[in-house]
Design a protein around this ligand. Structure first.
Ligand code: ZN
Length: 372
């Protein structure tokens, strides 16, 4: 409400100026040009005043989320202005771009894998598949082991050749693609939330719920590749674990639909729900480690998943403690705030899990299921 009345004040202040301009216009032909120039200038001034960045104290109550970020807020901007603000500096710019770049990385990986696995897709995107795989190769050489696993994902390995000779074909890829799709959904809904939730209270509520749904979806889909491939020869365990985590995800989303829980003070409660979902993975992980105790690549997957858990948990600590901005309020408004660190760690965790998923898949490709 405060913001609305402020906006009205700005318009009222401009009214006498516009009236004067109109009088000038009536005064003669030469005045017409002057008037349009003045009008443009006045409109520009008005836009600057209405859509300037504001301080925490000036925010409507529903946008007061982090009292340690003092300035550079966009508040109740029109959708188009909010959308275009992806290219300008404010306190959400890095939050938007970290997950936008993460989304593009996962999109690139998805297209690349689709093109390699489904000849129809490769055929469909034709000449596109070559540059995309080149880009993915470049990315892999930069990010290191996590992505480099992808470089040989579909290439025939000696193990796979042996498996093919033994009559074992490549296993189904859908659980792997479910994970990639869920990761993209999570990253994109986070981008939309950080970019557009400054528009209005209604959109803010909707996008925050979408963001929470994205996180829950990311956690649920992360279970798909490991559970599916590890327990591929024991479908009842696939069913038990995948339905349990899907139900937990649905219950979490349902609980977080209450607008009250979006408030800043429930930050710890929300984090607890997500951490609880993630940590429930310990049960199938222990089960899987016991079943595959002698599998030589067990330690590789455990290292990847350990890196994932460490990234997500450290990210949650930053999210909860709001360090470093709580130590120096105002100093990290644009760059270095806890939420940006949290975003980077989410991407690191997702990439580590992607590396593990590649290993799970390859192992199952080579081993198939023993005949019963
Ligand atoms: Zn975020």
């Amino acid at each position: 409400m405060d913001q609305e009345s402020e906006g009205t004040t700005v318009v009222l202040q401009e009214a006498p100026a516009l009236a004067m301009e109109e009088t000038t216009a009536k005064q003669g032909g030469g005045g017409k040009k002057r008037r349009s120039k003045q009008q443009r200038r006045s409109e520009g001034r008005k836009a600057r005043r209405e859509y300037r960045l504001v301080s925490y104290a000036e925010l409507p109550e529903y946008m007061k989320e982090n009292e340690f970020i003092l300035n550079h807020y966009r508040s109740e901007w029109p959708l188009l202005h909010a959308f275009l603000s992806v290219f300008s500096w404010h306190n959400e710019t890095i939050n938007i771009w970290t997950h936008l770049v993460g989304f593009m990385v996962f999109l690139g990986l998805t297209v690349w894998h689709l093109a390699q696995y489904f000849p129809q897709v490769a055929h469909l995107i034709g000449h596109l598949s070559w540059p995309i795989s080149k880009v993915a190769e470049n990315v892999s050489s930069n990010i290191g082991d996590v992505i480099s696993g992808a470089a040989s994902f579909m290439q025939a390995s000696p193990g796979l050749a042996m498996a093919a000779a033994a009559g074992v074909g490549p296993t189904t890829r859908w659980p792997f693609f479910v994970f990639l799709a869920g990761a993209m959904f999570c990253l994109l809904s986070s981008c939309a939330c950080h970019l557009l939730s400054c528009h209005s209270h209604r959109l803010n509520l909707f996008l925050i719920r979408l963001d929470y749904t994205g996180i829950a979806v990311m956690i649920v889909v992360s279970f798909f590749p490991p559970i599916y491939y590890i327990f591929q020869c024991e479908p009842r365990w696939q069913l038990v674990y995948l339905s349990a985590i899907s139900l937990a995800g649905a219950a979490t989303v349902y609980a977080l639909m209450s607008p009250r829980l979006s408030a800043g003070k429930y930050r710890a409660y929300r984090a607890l729900l997500f951490v609880g979902m993630g940590l429930s993975g310990v049960v199938p992980a222990v089960h899987a480690a016991a079943v595959n105790w002698h599998e030589p690549r067990r330690n590789v997957t455990l290292a990847y998943e350990g890196a994932m858990a460490a990234s997500y948990l450290t990210g949650t600590v930053f999210y909860l403690t709001r360090v470093p901005e709580r130590w120096r309020p105002g100093m990290f408004d644009l760059c270095g705030q806890s939420h940006q660190i949290f975003h980077l760690l989410v991407i690191a965790g997702a990439l580590a899990h992607y590396g593990a998923a590649i290993v799970f898949l390859r192992v199952r490709d080579e081993m198939g299921c023993p005949a019963r």
